[in-house]
Design a protein around this ligand. Structure first.
Ligand SMILES: Cc1cc2nc3c(=O)[nH]c(=O)nc-3n(C[C@H](O)[C@H](O)[C@H](O)COP(=O)(O)OP(=O)(O)OC[C@H]3O[C@@H](n4cnc5c(N)ncnc54)[C@H](O)[C@@H]3O)c2cc1C
Length: 465
């Protein structure tokens, strides 16, 4: 039997381990450098008793097998939510999706946005967009692009939208329906349901990370090593070396550590390094504010909010205590907010000042009324936060992924395969599941190679053996 070595106990690595276990294959070993499972989908409970995700995590699912696994892992452990997403700008909240609710804008800007949609419809063409900014300007019109999409996307991605490709789109941006937009404007109606995720569920206890800790707990402990950091990979000898200097052989290596780091820490650094250098990512600062009292009326039912303006450093804030009352030590006395700030070489962030800027931003945008409300602070910087869908990404991936596969290395997951469009938890888990099925059963890996199918109607997932 071949020996499978898996790097990383995030959703991808756990998906691969879960599937191997399910297929009755025993010769596998999972190596994780931290003491716990979850990776970017992990959670932390701090000393004050506040629980934090590493950025507000919501369960989107494109696969029935993912839903079934979630049901199985936390049978009574979920809280159901209606997605309530808002945009804060011009000193007011606008329901999401933005384009269907432009009636909330100041009058002149609303007119600019409507005229822009008309212009976009008049100029519609089949020509391929040059980049993301070109795409959204052509589909939404120049008004919505100027007022919201351009500033917001720069804040999220930390790169100008002119430097992003359009492949990652799909269901994430709706094409505006002019009739619907106008009906909402004239009828004064809010139009808030959009996309496949208008409801979602969240773990009752322990944050998103509780899912992955439970998943790891159900797998054979003797095949998982926590605190085992892979330092070097010799793809010619098919071995990985740990920081303890131990060397472990493999037949197949399923990798979920960031692809650029993987290449640089392998014997392929010299031939493949220049391709790995083309991969672009942004970093994410997560700042959690533990707050005294209960959420103010205007935030009581909100899930998350987008912030396109410059009066605050964050692009998104989650009312994390609304996801589960157990995310705070005592829901009758505390509530919590979690802010995300992006960083890149073209959008630097001063680490010393980021917490203060988030607090000032929360005051500016009226999320909190006073600094005195803050009783707990959480902060973490994720070096690899978002796998940027840059213009040259696929050129790099088209070389790197096949070259690694030739040497028995299958790099998968959010940063293992670097495809933002299939980089959520469900996609990552399924990339792990599907690569095992590919190696063992010879089936196609739909999620990695056909993201548009993966993001289409919900699928059943792999057939049970
Ligand atoms: C700010 C933010 C918000 C997000 N929001 C959502 C959301 O709302 N919904 C959603 O579904 N997804 C969301 N995601 C994405 C989600 O976190 C990822 O889909 C998921 O964590 C990716 O899993 P992965 O296993 O591919 O990678 P990771 O989670 O990054 O796991 C990789 C693992 O490899 C380990 N590792 C790294 N280097 C080594 C080494 N040298 N040796 C051994 N182990 C190593 C790491 O410690 C880690 O545990 C969000 C992510 C971020 C950053």
């Amino acid at each position: 039997m071949p020996r499978f070595v898996i790097i990383g106990a995030g959703p991808t690595g756990l998906g691969a381990a879960w599937r191997l276990n399910r297929l009755g294959i025993h010769d596998w070993l999972l190596l994780e450098k931290t003491p716990t499972a979850g990776g970017l989908a992990g959670s932390v409970t701090d000393e004050a008793g506040f629980t934090w995700d590493l950025g507000g995590h919501v369960q989107f699912s494109h696969y029935r097998v993912f839903d079934e696994l979630m049901d199985d892992l936390l049978p009574d452990g979920w809280i159901e939510h209606e997605r309530e997403a808002w945009v804060w700008m011009r000193d007011r909240f606008i329901p999401y999706p933005f384009q269907n609710n432009i009636r909330h804008l100041p009058h002149e800007e609303m007119v600019e946005c409507v005229c822009g949609i008309v212009q976009a419809l008049k100029n519609r063409s089949d020509a391929r967009p040059k980049h993301f900014a070109d795409q959204f300007e052509r589909s939404m019109g120049p008004g919505i692009a100027r007022v919201f999409l351009h500033p917001y996307n720069f804040k999220v991605w930390a790169y100008p939208p002119e430097e992003l490709n359009t492949k990652w789109l799909g269901e994430r941006v709706a094409i505006p329906d002019l009739e619907r937009v106008l009906r909402n404007v004239f009828a004064g109606k809010d139009d808030v349901s959009w996309g496949p995720n208008n409801t979602f569920r969240f773990p009752k206890y322990g944050g998103t990370g509780s899912i992955w800790r439970e998943c790891a707990r159900r797998l054979p402990a003797e095949r998982m090593r926590f605190g085992a950091s892979v330092e070097h990979i010799d793809t010619a000898a098919r071995t990985v070396r740990l920081s303890s200097s131990e060397t472990i052989p493999y037949t197949y290596l399923i990798n979920s550590l960031p692809l650029d780091l993987f290449v640089r820490n392998s014997d392929l650094a010299s031939p493949l390094g220049p391709h790995a250098d083309k991969l672009v990512h942004s970093s994410t600062h997560i700042v959690g504010l533990g707050l005294k009292g209960t959420a103010p009326e205007h935030l009581k039912t909100k899930c998350w909010m987008y912030f396109p303006e410059e009066n605050c450093p964050f692009y998104r804030v989650t009312v994390f205590s609304n996801y589960s009352p157990n995310n705070v030590p005592d829901a009758t006395r505390f509530w919590s907010l979690m802010a995300e700030v992006s960083e890149s070489p073209v959008k630097p962030v001063d680490e010393e000042r980021v917490v203060e800027e988030v607090i000032q931003g929360a005051l500016n945008t009226r999320l909190i009324a006073s600094r005195d409300e803050i009783c707990d602070l959480f902060r973490v910087r994720l070096e690899h936060g978002y796998p940027t869908p840059s213009l040259r990404r696929d050129e790099a991936l088209d070389v790197l992924l096949p070259a690694l596969a030739e040497r028995g290395v299958y790099s998968r997951g959010r940063f293992g395969a670097w495809k933002y469009e299939v980089s959520n938890q469900d996609h990552s888990l399924m990339q792990g599941v599907e690569v095992v099925d590919h190696l063992v059963l010879g089936t196609d890996e739909i999620t990695l190679w056909h993201p548009e199918v993966a993001n289409g109607p919900k699928k059943k997932g792999p057939v049970e053996p």
